[in-house]
Ligand binder design. Structure first.
Ligand SMILES: [Zn+2]
Length: 477
């Protein structure tokens, strides 16, 4: 058992833009008409203005590009638009350790050199740099995921989108893989106040390790991650054999893939896994992390997906008509990320978008084609064989057979507990108040505590809650 710190980008040959690569035929968008669910779009004001650093591949500016395309396509007329308030410190503490949150709050590029002892403890540095206003960046994207989750639980929307969220690597007490605060875990905890079972799906090219770890012992959250799994690829977890443990056994599913997977293989495997997962687990809400580094031509990713195929996964999940929280994630070619998430906003809002991009403030970013669906596929050799994909499909089907017998799945409903009910009343009030600049929620039961009481007796006697967040899992090699 060795703790391995895989580099996320510094040694990757795909750090540099592969824009000059040859371009195959154009993909057409796949949008099928559907009943019209209500869609809430959460975009924190100025979230695109933060900067990880000159050489860093993560560019929050991609969120501004996305927003420009969403507005340019007129999608704001099809959705309710929100600029959510920042998450409070108290809200972040529902998952994260107090000393870690305190560090994030205090550290600045100026005083960082005086806090070097904390760098190792909280895993900040190259991948997760200390940049100007880091804490407010975290508060913004986490606040938007919380607001989106609350809109779903309040019943004021059917689908809620936060492209600035989806930072799936952050751990309870440390940063990881460009992620500081895990807005996904916070959003799921919020949903668990009202929903007996929440399904988490992750289509980022990296394993959704932070979310899996947080709910590894829980049978109320089923996590499914589709990702590249290779010895030298971050974060090094996500093998087929990671299935959860204790009450959470069989409630973690992993789909480990190799370089170069194409549209057809990915979509057919995605549907073959997700359809039986949803019918077996019967979630009452779904969280979908749409990391766009699984697209072809990403600077870090090595898949071959087109925007249409990525969006087809979103359309497929939407078709189950369950309350749906849609989040962003990775994505390191800004123009592709913006196109992808604008397209997926269109899919969710039920609008077919013309291939010609609308004029916007950053039009030059979309040269030379200025199209929504530029050719991104076929650049990387596909190392996934028909046999390897079939093996994954069969293995997951077998795991789902065990899942079908699990207590939380057999149970029709888990009655809402009193605290959850009271919290919902308070939330309803907050929901009505709209997007306040900063109001604190007082006297609210902590979701972690709530879950701990419900699942009772799952702690390991060392102060570890059922979320397993205090447990430091190591990476096996
Ligand atoms: Zn990623």
């Amino acid at each position: 058992m060795t703790l391995v710190d895989y580099p996320t980008f510094s040694e990757s040959p795909f750090f540099y833009d592969r824009r000059a690569a040859s371009i195959p035929e154009t993909e057409d968008g796949i949008v099928r008409a559907h009943s019209a669910p209500r869609v809430a779009y959460c975009h924190p004001k100025d979230v695109g203005n933060y900067h990880y650093g000159e050489r860093h591949p993560m560019r929050p500016h991609r969120l501004e590009l996305t927003n420009q395309l969403v507005l340019g396509y007129g999608l704001h007329e099809k959705m309710s638009m929100h600029a959510p308030r920042r998450a409070t410190e108290e809200e972040l503490l529902e998952f994260h350790d107090a000393d870690y949150v305190d560090f994030l709050k205090r550290v600045t590029p100026k005083n960082a050199q005086n806090l070097t002892r904390d760098w190792t403890k909280f895993n900040v540095g190259d991948d997760c740099p200390i940049f100007h206003d880091l804490f407010s960046f975290c508060q913004q994207y986490a606040g938007a995921s919380l607001a989106a989750a609350r809109k779903l639980t309040a019943g004021s929307t059917d689908i809620a989108i936060n492209w600035s969220g989806g930072l799936h690597h952050a751990k309870k007490g440390e940063a990881s893989g460009f992620c500081y605060v895990n807005d996904i875990v916070l959003g799921i905890l919020e949903l668990l106040r009202h929903h007996p079972r929440v399904l988490y799906i992750d289509i980022d090219i990296h394993h959704g390790d932070g979310v899996q770890e947080a709910f590894y012992l829980s049978n109320r959250v089923l996590t499914v991650s589709f990702h590249k799994y290779a010895a030298d690829f971050f974060p090094g977890t996500g093998n087929l054999s990671e299935i959860g443990s204790d009450l959470g056994k069989y409630f973690s599913l992993n789909v480990p893939l190799q370089d170069g997977i194409d549209d057809e293989s990915y979509i057919s495997l995605f549907k073959a896994v997700m359809e039986p997962t949803i019918t077996t687990f019967r979630p009452s809400a779904i969280v979908l992390q749409c990391g766009a580094d699984s697209l072809g031509c990403d600077r870090l990713g090595t898949f071959n997906l087109s925007i249409a195929a990525h969006g087809e996964c979103v359309r497929f999940i939407k078709s189950f008509d369950l309350p749906l929280l849609v989040l962003g994630g990775g994505g390191y070619r800004q123009s592709s990320v913006a196109r992808c998430w604008a397209y997926e906003t269109g899919v969710l809002a039920g609008s077919a978008l013309p291939d010609e991009l609308p004029s916007n403030n950053y039009y030059e970013f979309f040269a030379p084609d200025y199209k929504l669906h530029p050719p991104l596929t076929g650049k990387i050799q596909n190392l996934n064989t028909r046999q390897s994909l079939e093996r994954i499909r069969v293995t997951i089907r077998e795991k789902l057979r065990y899942l079908g017998g699990a207590p939380s799945v057999q149970m029709q409903e888990i009655p809402p507990d009193l605290m959850g009910f009271l919290a919902s009343e308070e939330k309803g009030k907050e929901e009505r108040e709209g997007d306040e600049p900063d109001s604190r929620r007082e006297g609210k039961a902590r979701a972690g505590d709530l879950l701990e009481r419900e699942m009772g007796g799952m702690g390991d006697g060392m102060g570890t809650g059922p979320l397993g967040g205090a447990r430091r899992r190591t990476v096996r090699i």
